[in-house]
Design a protein around this ligand. Structure first.
Ligand code: SF4
Length: 251
């Protein structure tokens, strides 16, 4: 279950049939080099690889976003828009280059695990500089924030990383990259108690969803809802059913 293919997107609306294609169909089409979209086969393969990383625990990324999206994208087959995945792929490219030029003592791209109330959580911060007691995450964006602090979900993600990793952490930084420049935003460091309060709120919801199939409430105010959710169609359909059956559906 999960991402199984792409919504075929053509460079021109004239060619855009909106059909759904499997990964292999998409790659084969690009390998002809006669494809009507602008994705080459290596770019498509890299986007697929990135999405198919095996996970054996609830991840910090799943906890930081819309919990309903985390569950539905795990439970249901869905097709993604390659243009949307490309954004994440671009971030990955930046990570690869940055990883190659890291400081000597940096711990980069390593997955860490910790348990909370018997539930295993994992996360992979971009870079930890243990000697500086710092976690740094790189984010590609359309535009770097105009303000000097990170977006709320990024602050939350970094604080979950600080709780997760076996290093003493005193500073959290999000490094935003857009096409014009770079901006470092410092995130406020939460206390262990604050992080655990967040985990106590979110973790049981996701655990119940994954283990017992209880669907998390919709969170329409979430940033992902604004054009960044691959399971929006599934969510809306379920929401209609939930409304008809009279169950509370929105958090
Ligand atoms: S459409 Fe919005 S509420 Fe529904 S799963 Fe996606 S992000 Fe969450």
């Amino acid at each position: 279950m999960g991402l199984i293919g792409f919504k075929c997107c053509k460079a021109s609306r004239k060619y855009d049939t909106g059909e759904f294609v499997s990964f292999s169909e998409c790659i084969s089409c690009a390998e002809t080099t006669l494809n009507k979209c602008h994705f080459t086969a290596p770019i498509i393969k890299a986007m697929i690889d990135r999405e198919q990383e095996e996970r054996d625990s609830i991840t910090v990324t799943q906890l930081s976003g819309c919990l309903r999206e985390s569950y539905l994208s795990h439970k249901y087959d869905y097709y993604a828009d390659p243009e949307q995945l490309y954004f994440a792929f671009r971030g990955e490219l930046a990570h690869l280059i940055i990883e190659r030029h890291q400081e000597k003592d940096a711990v980069a791209e390593q997955r860490f695990y910790r348990e909370c109330t018997g539930i295993k959580i994992s996360g992979r911060p971009d870079v930890i500089l243990p000697n500086k007691k710092l976690i740094r995450d790189y984010k590609t964006a359309k535009e770097v924030p105009r303000f000097n602090y990170p977006f709320r979900n990024h602050s939350q993600q970094l604080n979950l990383y600080a709780w997760l990793v076996p290093f003493e952490i005193e500073r959290l930084q999000v490094v935003y990259l857009d096409m014009k420049g770079v901006k470092i935003c410092e995130a406020p460091l939460w206390s262990e108690k604050e992080v655990e309060a967040l985990l106590e709120k979110k973790l049981p919801v996701l655990d119940a969803a994954f283990n017992r199939g209880s669907i998390p409430f919709a969170d329409f105010d979430n940033w992902q809802c604004n054009g960044w959710c691959n399971v929006k169609t599934i969510c809306r359909k379920l929401y209609e059913d939930e409304l008809i059956s009279g169950i509370r559906t929105v958090s």
